[in-house]
Every structure is written in C-alpha cells, then in structure tokens.
Ligand binder design. Structure first.
Ligand SMILES: [Zn+2]
Length: 235
C-alpha cells in the first residue's frame, strides 16, 4: 500500500542509521586509541618517517618513497605511484602510535611488492565498486519511478553489492598489513617487547573502522533487499 516515494522514508532506514552510528563509534575509538598511544615515545627514538624508510630498506623495497601529507590519520600507501604517504602527525612523531601506523603502511608496500593476492583483487574491484556505488541508487530510483520496474531495481541492487564486495576484500588486506607491521617492528628492534602490545591496540582500532564500514555497507544492501528484493508487485 506504500507509495513508491514513501518507500525511501520507511522504517528500514534504521539500518542506515545503525551503520552510520557503527562507523562513528569506530572512528571515535581509533582517534582516542591513537591519541592515547601517541603519548608514549618509542624507546628507539625513530619517527614515523625514519621507521618507514628503515622498514622499506630492510624489506628490500627501493622503489617506494616516503612523503608527508596534510591531515590527521590520512596515512596511506599508493601503489599507483609507489608513494608511502604519512600524515604530519605520524611523519614527525616518535610515538609508538606513529611508528605503528607508519609500519602498517609499509605492510601495504610489502603486499604490493610481493603481489599479495587480496591486494591485487582489491585493486581490480575498485573501478567496478566505484561505478556500482555511483549508479546503483539512481538506477533504483528510476526503477521505482517507472512503477517498480523490477529489472532496473535488481540491476541497481546487484551493482551496489560490488561496494560490499570491495569492503570485504579490504578486510584481509588491512589485517594482513597490520600483522606484517607488528612482526617487522618486533623482529627489527624498532619497538621493545612492551611497546608491541600498544601498537597492536592502535592497529586493531584502525582495522575496526574497516569492519564498521563493511557492516554499514552490508546494512544498506540488506535494506535495499528488504525494500525491493522480492518480486512483489504491491504498488
Ligand atoms: Zn591500511
């Protein structure tokens, strides 16, 4: 009995809100965890930049350069132009949190250098995930406006599922980069035995943001399936 337009303001919208809250909670948690361990200076005295350069060199990676970038926790590894970009707070800080984040990005550089399969898969999915998430809602909307055109709506939902696939493939890439980082840091002597658990907490908190993002996308997909997934023709 619901009119098509009102279907966009229905109770399943709670799923979108839950996803949003999860993402906000994860983001708050990583910020507070980083801030907590940013107060502990690593005994080795290295900064994020020097730690990254040292790890890359120790890993036999000579074609990746380390650059400072603006922002807070904007650290990333760019496989396209082989740059490891560290936010100002990470690049110049000698805290265990900064060294941990720098090592995590080095973990991505090692994944790239060793052709780690989930990272390759993730890179391959990016274009279709971007296309899928930008086109899916317009398609669904057009399908609804065309009197619940099931074909358009189902194609829209199918394309949105690539956004979830991307988030899911991101998870092993992120957990593996952190796993590598912790091993490199403890083996390489950049962190002491009591500093390693602190870094593990920072990197686990960071990984939770990716889990929250995947959950939020799953809840959005679930909502679309609840709203439009059946072959109902009840408009
Ligand atoms: Zn990462």
């Amino acid at each position: 009995m619901t009119s098509p337009i009102f279907a966009f303001f229905d109770p399943t919208y709670i799923l979108v809100i839950v996803g949003l809250l999860l993402s906000m909670a994860a983001s708050g948690y990583v910020n507070s965890t980083y801030a907590k361990y940013d107060r502990y200076r690593a005994q080795s005295g290295v900064t994020g930049t020097t730690a990254a350069e040292y790890i890359l060199q120790q890993s036999g990676i000579n074609n990746v350069s380390v650059h400072p970038i603006a922002g807070n926790l904007t650290d990333n590894y760019n496989g396209g132009n082989k740059t490891l970009n560290l936010s100002e707070s990470t690049a110049n800080s000698s805290s265990v949190a900064a060294v941990g984040v720098a090592a995590h990005e080095c973990g991505h550089a090692v994944q790239d250098a060793t052709n780690y399969a989930p990272m390759r898969l993730r890179t391959a999915i990016v274009p279709i995930a971007n296309f899928g998430s930008s086109i899916s809602f317009p398609l669904i909307l057009v399908g609804v406006l065309m009197g619940m055109n099931q074909t358009l709506i189902h194609i829209g939902i199918f394309l949105f599922s690539f956004a979830l696939l991307f988030q899911l493939v991101t998870l092993p890439v992120e957990f593996n980069a952190s796993h590598r980082a912790l091993r490199i840091l403890s083996d390489g002597g950049l962190l002491t035995a009591d500093e390693v658990p602190m870094v593990r907490r920072v990197l686990t908190a960071a990984a939770l943001t990716y889990v929250a993002a995947a959950l939020a996308t799953f809840l959005q997909l679930l909502r679309l399936i609840i709203l439009f997934g059946g072959n109902r023709d009840d408009n």
